[in-house]
Write a protein that binds this ligand. Structure first.
Ligand SMILES: C[S@@+](CC[C@H](N)C(=O)[O-])C[C@H]1O[C@@H](n2cnc3c(N)ncnc32)[C@H](O)[C@@H]1O
Ligand code: SF4
Length: 309
């Protein structure tokens, strides 16, 4: 059978300087920063035959890593494209200089131009500082692309047109959004049937659907589906390396309670083989809303979107 690649989600740190309303961070049991040796080992494991893209994100804020400069030096050695997701608060001149040319795309998460909406969603962050940093990133980044990840919460949709206008005025062209509400398994928003309305919003405002960035090719998506006993597409397209160096069953396991192995003992091809044999985990999967995204009708829409893109 053919060979498929995945995206890797690399958790540089599970500590954070924010308390965003949609983020299930309280489930992170032992917040920690990745040790530099662990990061080196992770970067060595990222072979282009297994990984088509790495996203430095996890459930923490990468820019809070206490050895950020050393991290960027190590990441610059990676053999696959490295993207980074940040809340933007600490993206000052110095960090942007370290990021430029090392990170392929820097993605800043942003909820709204309206101060009251931003403060209610991105708790603990300073909206003005983040907006200033978006402007600074536009000016300073020469080799790294800048993208904004817009927050798919009902409370942000009303001010979305103004938010998009402001970002476009700053020259930010790449605006993305997840087609799944950040509803924390239904506890924040009434998610029923809203995936298709989010897809309409994504289309209406010319945004890019984030799910497309996790598909290396339709052939590899098919192979992921064929090879894995548990046919959960969002899980099977992505592999989490947690801050402690463990490979995780799924990115939705914030508590990191189901490790599949450790960087020190197996390479990525081996852990993918281990994961292929695993089955659904009711403890994690029964309340997962992202899974619904890939019921047949949604899956067809996603494939259509991928072909159009
Ligand atoms: C968890 S954050 C980590 C990186 C960084 N701290 C940030 O906020 O951009 C990565 C992305 O996940 C998104 N996110 C937050 N809560 C989420 C949820 N419940 N479901 C899916 N994505 C979520 C954030 O908006 C952000 O774009
Ligand atoms: S900044 Fe990112 S990791 Fe931190 S609370 Fe917000 S979404 Fe979660």
């Amino acid at each position: 059978m053919g060979h498929y690649r995945v995206a890797v989600n690399l958790e540089l740190t599970s500590k954070c300087n924010a308390r965003c309303i949609m983020c299930p961070r309280e489930a992170v049991l032992h917040p920690r920063a990745m040790k530099l040796d662990t990061l080196r080992q992770a970067v060595e494991r990222l072979s282009p035959g297994d990984v088509f893209r790495t996203v430095i994100a996890g459930y923490g804020e990468p820019t809070t890593h206490p050895q950020f400069e050393a991290c960027m030096q190590i990441i610059s050695q990676a053999a696959v494209p490295m993207d980074m997701v940040s809340n933007g608060q600490l993206l000052d001149r110095e960090r942007l200089r370290l990021i430029d040319g090392v990170v392929n795309t820097l993605i800043i998460s942003f909820s709204s131009i309206a101060p009251q909406v931003y403060a209610a969603v991105h708790r603990n962050l300073d909206q003005k500082q983040v907006m200033d940093n978006i402007i600074l990133a536009r000016q300073l980044l020469k080799s790294t692309r800048l993208a904004i990840s817009l927050t798919p919460l009902s409370s942000c949709i009303e001010t979305l047109p103004q938010t998009i206008n402001w970002l476009r005025e700053q020259g930010v062209e790449s605006l993305t959004m997840s087609p799944s509400l950040y509803d924390r398994a239904g506890s924040l928003d009434d998610a029923s049937g809203q995936e298709s309305s989010l897809r309409k919003i994504i289309k209406q405002y010319g945004l890019r659907s984030q799910e497309l960035d996790f598909v290396p090719s339709l052939r590899e998506l098919y192979l992921q589906w064929r090879c894995n006993r548990f046919k959960c597409i969002p899980r099977n397209t992505d592999l989490v390396i947690a801050a402690d160096g463990s490979y995780q069953y799924c990115f939705n396991d914030m508590g990191h309670t189901h490790p599949l192995g450790h960087l020190s003992e197996m390479d990525i091809r081996t852990v993918l083989k281990v994961r292929e044999g695993t089955v659904e985990n009711p403890e994690l999967c029964s309340s997962c809303s992202i899974r619904n995204r890939y019921r047949p009708a949604e899956f067809a829409r996603a494939v259509y979107g991928y072909l159009r893109s």
